[in-house]
Every structure is written in C-alpha cells, then in structure tokens.
Design a protein around this ligand. Sequence first.
Ligand code: COA
Length: 319
Amino acid sequence: MIGKVYGTGSYVPPHVMDNDDLSRMVDTSDEWIRERTGISRRHIAKAETTSYMAGEAAWKAVEQSRIAPAEIDLILVATSSSETIFPCTACEVQKRIGAVNAAGYDLNAACTGFVHAFNTAQAYISAGIYRTVLVVGAESMSNMIDWSDRGTCILFGDGAGAVLLRGEEGGKAFMAAHSDGEKSQALTSLSRHRRDWEKETDGASYVRMDGQGVFKFAVRKVPEIIEEVLDQAHMELDEVDYFVLHQANRRIIEAVAKRLNTDLSRFPMNLEEYANTSAATIPILLDEMNEKELLQRGQKVLMAGFGAGLTWGACLFEW
Ligand code: COA
C-alpha cells in the first residue's frame, strides 16, 4: 500500500513585499538579495492566520481530489508558526473542511516539517492504519522575523500548501530522516511563551541564524540524503523526474544540483516569488507543478527538506 496524490492545493496571502520594499526598511538592495538568494518577492500575511491559510490550501486539495471530507482519516499539519499552541492547526483545518471523521495533529520540524509529515502519512498508509491522509505545510514566518535584521528578514515569506494522499495497492515510498541537535544554535526561534522571571518579560524572540553555517549544512547534507533514498530504491539519479527541494535559496539548489552532477532543469523553483515559507515551500511548489500539468502519474519525485534542528529529510515516491 502506498499513498497516491489525489489532490493538491495552496494559498498565499495577496499582500506582496518586494525587495525594494525591504530596502526601505533595512540596509539592503534588490540586487544584493537576488544575487545571494534568488528571491525577488514574498507574500506576507496581514489578517490571515496560519490556520486560515492551512484551511484554504487544504480545501483546494480536497476539492481537487473529489474525495468527501468525511472520508479523510487523518490530518497532519507541519508548522512552527501557528497562531495557537493549542488547539493544533490540524483541528482548525478539520473544522474548516468538515473532515468530521479525521484525527489530527501538528508536527514541527521547521523547514523539514512537510517532508516528515508526508513520510509519517506514508508510514500510516503502508501499515494499513489510515487510508486517506491530508498533509499540510503552513507558516506565518513574518510573525517570527525581526524586521530590522537584514540577515534574516529578506529570506522568508508566508503561505500554505496541501496534499491529499489515498492508499492504493502496490508501490513504495522511500524515506530518510536525520537530525543534529548539536547544531541547534545555527537557526533558532525561542517560544514567545517562555516567561523570563528575572527580566519580567515574555521572552519574545525572533529568528536568529548563522547564515553561512546553514548554507554549508544544506549543501552537504541534501545531496547525501538524496543518494541515501536512491540507494534504498536501487535507483539512479537520472531515473528521477523532479527533485523538489525546500525553497530556501537558489544558490543552495544550484550547489546541490552541481554536487549531484545533475541538470538544474530537474530542480523546479518558485522561491523568486514566495521566498522561504518554511514547511510550506514544498507543497506550494507541488501544487504549482500540478496546476501546470508538469506532474504525470508514474513520474518519480524526490522531495528533500532541511532546516532548523538541524533537521533534514527526503522521500522518493511515484506521482
Ligand atoms: N543586504 C546587504 N548586505 C547584507 C545583507 C543584506 N540583506 N545581509 C548580510 N549582508 C552583508 C553582511 O553584513 C556582510 O557584510 P560584511 O562583509 O561587511 O560583514 C556581507 O553581506 C556578507 O555576509 P554573509 O553572511 O557572508 O553573506 P552570504 O553570502 O553568506 O549570504 C545569506 C547571506 C543569509 C543570504 C546566506 O548565508 C544564506 O542564504 N544562508 C542560508 C540561510 C537559509 O537558507 N536559512 C534557512 C534554511 S531553512
């Protein structure tokens, strides 16, 4: 049994902030940002919450799948920026789409979250525990950003993407997951709810990052995990139709393609428009590819995510 994609959906807030807008807020420029990251614009949530965006993306995936919401067994939402610690975003999505029979919970592995949630769904499906699973990645990164820190504020955006999986006989998904807690300080955001009794503050804290450290980690670990899932599947690189990587930085994706000696055209990208929406980048990209009819049944897709933790994960599956 393997989870086949029956539907995809995505939502990004309509408000766009381009690089010139940012250059009026911090000492940066459109040229610098595009050259170092490939990012031109990002969509920023104004009134929209993480659960609202998750619900919109989920609804589109469910509609496309033609599966009744009541048939969904499980909703998994990957997020690290929900507006509530509880209830979990998955329960808000359940309410929004009327998935009355579904269980639901959130999963946080920062930018790797969607890949881990997708793999969790595949594991449940292949074990025969659930048949129909909705997997969502949704983030409001703009709430976690220090808008005076030019080293981070240029990188992130908001949005959500969703994939509806249904178990079918035959096939297998090949998965890998890793983490390295020793390097946890490379990318952090402390909980806003941690009270600092000495300073009598709420301890609100924003994303802090060792940019070069994260860059080097991604360029080293992503090719390794791609090779790892290919080895599991006894497949060669050129048998993969698309490498759908976490959309953090164009230079990271270029470096991964180069290390694997693989043509960049097999690494679709949309980070120019949305920047890094953390757990949402991969499902937003899958939805765009699906909409453009780039994805056909039987094609091999290899997803790889990486991010805070540090965490990284991959899945090779058949569309
Ligand atoms: N605009 C202009 N200058 C900037 C800048 C900005 N937005 N951000 C940093 N700089 C400056 C630095 O202050 C530094 O100046 P200095 O040489 O006078 O000290 C210079 O640019 C080079 O900084 P550096 O950090 O070495 O740049 P970089 O080439 O490593 O690019 C990142 C910075 C953040 C774009 C890059 O490291 C990166 O993308 N890392 C990965 C981050 C990531 O993807 N995180 C999420 C993963 S899930």
